[in-house]
Each structure stands twice: as C-alpha cells, then as structure tokens.
Design a protein around this ligand. Structure first.
Ligand code: BDR
Ligand code: CA
Length: 302
C-alpha cells in the first residue's frame, strides 16, 4: 500500500496522545516525525510525553523538541485539564525507559529536513499551538511546496473554549496561527465548532478498558481524568480528517486570526459574506459522524 508521509506537531496533552494512538492505527500513515511544542504543559513535559508515547507504540520516527514559548506572547499552560504530568496522571503506568530517544536536532530543523528530503509531499497534523509551524514557514518558506496539507486542531468558528471568542491553541500563539493561515499552504481546520460535538460514552471507555493491554489501561485512565474537565476529544479530529474524510462535513472558507491584544485575541473568524467573500484558505470541518468516530477510537486501542 502506498503510504502517506506524516509529521505530528503536538503538545501532549491527553487528546494529543489519543491522536498519536489513532495515527499509528491508520495503516496508510507513515509517521516520519513527532515534534513537541509548549502548550498544555511546558516543553520539557510535552517533549517527554511525546517520547513516551512514541516509545510505547514502538513508532519508527524521529522525536524532536520544539519551541519553549510562543512567538510573541508569554507562555501559558493548561495542566489543570491534562494533569500536572500532561498525561492525566498516567506517568507511572508507562514502562520504565520506554521513551524513544530524542533527536539532537531541534524540531525546526527536523521539520525542515523531513520535508525537504522527502520525494513526495508530506502531510502535517498540527494539534498544539502553531509556534513550530509558524517559525518553519517564516524561516524556510521553501518547505511550502513540500507540504501536502496542514490538518490543524485549533481555532473555532463563532465560539471558543479558552475565552468566549478564542480556542486554546490559537490564544496561546495567535501570531503563529496567523502566519499559518496567511501562508497559502492547504489547510484543514478542526476547530471548537466541530470538536465540542466529539465525545466518548461511558460504554466506550469501558470497552477501551476491557481490551486489557497496558496501552488501553493508560488510555482509559487518561481519558477518564481528562474528561472530568473537558468532555471534548479535540485533537484526533485532525488525524481523522486526513485518514477518514468521509466522516466529516465541511465548508471551504477564508479564515483569519485576530492577533490584537484584548478580548478577541486568538479568535478565528470566517468570511461568510454573500457578496465577494475572500477566496477560501481553509477547509473548515463542521460536522462528524459521531458513531464512526467512537467505533474508530475504541478500535485504535486494540
Ligand atoms: C486544544 O487545546 C489543548 O488543550 C488540546 O490538546 C487541544 O489541542 C483544544 O482547545
Ligand atoms: Ca493539543
């Protein structure tokens, strides 16, 4: 089978870990690299968590450490949602020393090299603040031609979660998000308008637990811990948008990001004007087949 080369840029983060588990389960993905970024927890922990899950899943990919703080704003974390360890209190459940070695290269260099050395275009799943990706596109604009698509979990159309207007990843680094949306690279957006609909049932959680592997027990505990604060399973949507586009409905729209300080900072808004709307720069996901999502989630832990 012809595989799709994939990079996952993330801030694990419970739902980031779920997204990586699902990406591994998709046969057609060839995961080339996982790059960490500061977000849900600080960069030391997001990097360590990326190493842990890559090791536990025995992924044959590079893991590289990314940006320690957003491009302009001071950093902001969400340990209250993802646990102090960023993985819902499951750290002790990972086998000792299971973490994959860390690349000596920075995430920025790994992103550039993975893209430039690839014979075919590479897809990127970006599920944390867009700091690494914004830096990449500004520093090495030549990579744009090598990117098939960036599938983003971030932003929202007409709502938010970190503030009434803004989603967490875009609020953390609005400047980076703005660079990405202005880049001209094909984008898919799994924003809060979609992901608030994406939940798991108690039965799904029991099914995951019953699988009885270390991975499924970690997954079960992590999800249980995380969903006490946030029932929405955000990040896997950006993976499934690439592997299972038939699960989604979408609209192609022009989206821009508010970088200005104040109440609407980090807000993403779409041009819905009937007369002369701007040319779409993004595929905005609007709906999901929830039954299929839930089935796939459980299966991916088997
Ligand atoms: C996003 O923010 C983080 O808390 C999650 O990992 C997800 O990427 C949701 O707003
Ligand atoms: Ca995330």
């Amino acid at each position: 089978m012809k595989k799709t080369p994939l990079i996952i840029d993330c801030d694990p983060g419970v739902d980031d870990v779920l997204a990586i588990v699902m990406a591994k389960y998709v046969d057609k993905f060839d995961i080339k690299a996982i790059t960490s970024v500061s977000g849900n927890v600080g960069i030391d922990l997001t990097t360590r968590n990326a190493q842990l899950i890559a090791g536990l899943l025995d992924l044959n990919c590079i893991v590289a450490r990314g940006a320690e703080e957003p491009l302009v704003k001071p950093k902001r974390e969400a340990g209250h949602v993802h646990g102090a360890d960023g993985i819902g209190g499951t750290l002790e459940m990972f086998p000792k020393d299971c973490g994959k070695d860390l690349s000596k290269d920075s995430a920025l260099n790994v992103l550039r090299d993975t893209l430039m050395k690839s014979d075919e275009k590479v897809s990127i799943v970006a599920i944390g603040p867009l700091t690494n990706i914004g830096l990449l596109l500004k520093t090495y604009p030549e990579v744009k031609e090598k990117i098939e698509v960036i599938s983003i979990m971030g932003g929202a159309i007409n709502n938010g979660n970190a503030t009434p207007c803004s989603e967490y990843n875009f609020l953390v680094d609005p400047e980076a998000a703005s660079i990405v949306y202005k880049s001209g690279v094909p984008l898919i957006m799994a924003g809060i308008n979609l992901t608030v609909k994406v939940t798991l049932t108690d039965e799904n959680l029991e099914e995951i637990k019953k699988i009885g592997t270390n991975l499924s027990e970690i997954g079960h505990k992590m999800i249980l811990d995380y969903t006490k604060d946030d029932p929405a399973i955000h990040d896997p949507c950006a993976v499934l948008a690439l592997s299972h586009p038939e699960m989604f409905e979408w609209e192609d729209l022009y989206v821009q990001i508010d970088t200005r300080e104040g109440f609407t900072q980090g807000m993403s808004y779409a041009d819905y004007r009937l007369r002369d709307p701007k040319k779409p720069n993004c595929r905005v996901l609007t709906n999901i087949d929830l039954d299929k999502f839930r089935r796939f989630t459980v299966e991916s832990f088997k």
